[in-house]
Design a protein around this ligand. Structure first.
Ligand code: PMP
Length: 576
């Protein structure tokens, strides 16, 4: 993570001192940026929601230090600087084996471009600094080299699947895309006679065989309702479900599995927070801060709650690259700010938001922080504790898991003070017609029979990603993003919307004289699936004066040949 810029720290300090000029401030604890008052102004403390239990906390505004918790072996809990990029991804037990190695008769036909010659630049070695950037996002000014993701020694092979070229990269710097593609049966098909290129990963990701198997094996052998029976299958199903919760907790760097609530996905999880924290603690005149680049799922639930409670929504603007304007954010933060709800990565522009820095700033005002990880979890390691958020949400289907399952992280200190959302079975301790007492978290937030089989599928997906390693995935996607950005930018009349220095592997673009729908259809005819439309993030696109864009988005199983095919279609449309 980059250090706080000195001018930003000075601004925070000035603002806090200005607003608390009547309030004496005390010393600065370790870990707090120099110049920032350690104790929030008294007026902020007074405006904290009256949360039972908070009073007993010595300093409800204190920023918890990120600690290494009970999951020391989790790659995501490992600080980025200590990761060793030279360690090759471990073999994937779920892999369906290595592709048969054969020389393709005509590599140009297979890949839609010439095979690399001796003069093709060798892969750029990934430095520690490079890894850091990959993990935190992409900088456009980085020199672009094609074929980065394939490794200098990339070997082109024809695999078992229908004429679709794969690239076997035995080097530690790239993923073995050929082998990975073998794990995803859906990729082995043609659409309109062309090999399917799935470049719609921001909408949903494809599922590896291990996930498909985990779900079908659960139904074939272990299916039962959970938590409520003495029989063997109930015990097995309960164990499988709870193991999935533990896996999610480790994946997010949570303190304990008790911090993880299963939900249908990101949308439902945000609604849960809005309808518990929001309805219980928001008051008239309170403010909810959202960024300009939020998905509708992180706008509409807050609007609904704000309307009921008389609270106000304030929007953090972005600059012309689609990056948060931090001094505007600082200006908007004030003692009335109750919640800051931010996407970790924008699904329409790709921008990665500096959520850890933003959370730290929000905490100075006693605000709660929700991070929407729908577009980040599959691209970068996440640690909810070092991020300093109170809530973190994501959807399983965006990270190679099933639809209909997702997770909500709730920081421990909020477990008891949040009311339940839905009522029913599973979430109670005792029920009489007069009164019900509730279970502890997480059961308190999971009324009714949960989506057991898909939780099992989600566990398989997270295990799969962990075996490959998010830093390796991030590095591969970074190369694809740079490659596509460079090629698309060179097309006359094409405008990329969202050019943030820190991006996940999403590109939004428009092409003069062609509707986004027309481009999407032309790409489909070539077997290439991309999203065209408003991406459920209308305010973010309107900020740039457009209603819709074409949005290719890349994942671990994509390769440079697919990008070349996409660029060829767009280039030929541009010539018309
Ligand atoms: N937030 C973001 C950033 C998203 O990209 C999405 C899905 N496109 C959502 C929220 C909503 O996710 P879901 O539909 O899985 O609930």
């Amino acid at each position: 993570m980059e250090p706080f810029p000195a001018d930003l720290i000075a601004q925070i300090a000035t603002k806090l001192f200005r607003e608390s000029s009547h309030t004496p401030t005390t010393g600065v604890p370790a870990g707090v940026p120099h110049g920032v008052p350690a104790v929030a102004p008294d007026n902020i403390r007074e405006r904290l929601p009256t949360i039972p239990g908070m009073a007993s906390h010595p300093n409800p505004l204190a920023i918890p230090e990120a600690t290494h918790g009970s999951f020391p072996n989790v790659p995501h809990a490992v600080p980025v600087h200590s990761m060793n990029p030279s360690v090759a991804p471990s073999p994937m037990p779920g892999s369906m084996g290595s592709p048969t190695m054969q020389s393709p008769a005509n590599p140009t036909e297979l890949f839609g471009r010439a095979a690399p010659s001796a003069s093709t630049p060798a892969v750029r070695p990934m430095t520690q600094d490079g890894l850091q950037r990959f993990v935190h996002g992409v900088r456009h000014q980085t020199p672009v080299q094609r074929n980065d993701c394939l490794g200098g020694e990339a070997t082109r092979v024809r695999t078992r699947y229908d004429g679709i070229a794969a690239i076997s990269s035995p080097t530690s710097q790239g993923l073995d895309v050929g082998s990975i593609r073998n794990d995803f049966p859906i990729l082995n098909q043609r659409v309109h006679g062309q090999p399917l290129a799935w470049l719609d990963n921001a909408a949903t990701t494809q599922k590896p065989q291990v996930v498909i198997d985990a779900i079908s094996e659960f139904y074939a052998t272990d299916n039962s309702n959970i938590h409520r029976a003495a029989h063997t299958l109930a015990a097995r199903a309960t164990e499988a479900y709870e193991q999935a919760r533990t896996t999610v907790a480790k994946f997010l760097g949570a303190r304990s599995e008790k911090d993880i609530v299963f939900a249908r996905g990101t949308t439902e999880a945000i609604n849960l927070v809005a309808n518990t924290y929001g309805l219980r603690y928001l008051k008239k005149g309170d403010e909810i801060l959202l960024s300009m680049v939020e998905h509708h799922a992180n706008i509409v639930p807050w609007q609904m709650v704000a309307k009921r409670k008389g609270a106000e929504i304030k929007v953090i603007p972005v600059n012309d690259r689609g990056e948060i304007i931090m001094d505007e954010y600082l200006r908007l933060l004030n003692p009335k700010t109750r919640i800051v709800s931010l996407t970790h990565a924008s699904n329409s522009l790709g921008t990665i938001l500096p959520v850890a820095e933003m959370a730290h700033m929000a905490k100075r005002y006693g605000a709660r922080v929700l991070v929407d990880g729908a577009q980040s979890v599959s691209h970068m390691p996440v640690n909810v504790r070092s991020m300093g958020c109170d809530f973190f949400v994501f959807s399983g289907h965006k990270i190679f898991g099933p639809t209909g399952i997702g997770a909500l992280y709730i920081a421990e200190e909020l477990h008891d003070v949040l009311p339940p959302w839905q009522g029913g079975g599973n979430m109670i301790k005792n029920v009489t017609f007069e009164k019900t007492t509730y279970s502890e978290a997480p059961a308190k937030f999971e009324a009714g029979t949960p989506n057991i089989a898909d939780a099992v599928g989600l566990k398989a997906a997270l295990d799969y990603v962990s075996r490959i390693g998010l830093p390796n995935i991030a590095a591969h996607e970074h190369s694809l993003l740079e490659n596509a950005t460079q090629q698309l930018s060179a097309i006359p009349g094409l405008r990329i919307i969202g050019t943030a220095r820190e991006k996940v592997s999403v590109i939004s673009f428009v092409l003069e004289g062609h509707s986004t729908e027309e481009i999407g259809k032309a790409l489909d005819q070539a077997g290439i699936a991309v999203r065209s439309g408003h991406h459920c993030a209308q305010p973010s696109l309107r900020r740039f004066g457009v209603e819709t864009t074409v949005r290719p988005s890349f994942s671990l199983y994509n390769h440079a040949g697919e990008i070349d095919r996409m660029v060829d279609v767009v280039r030929s449309l541009a010539r018309k």
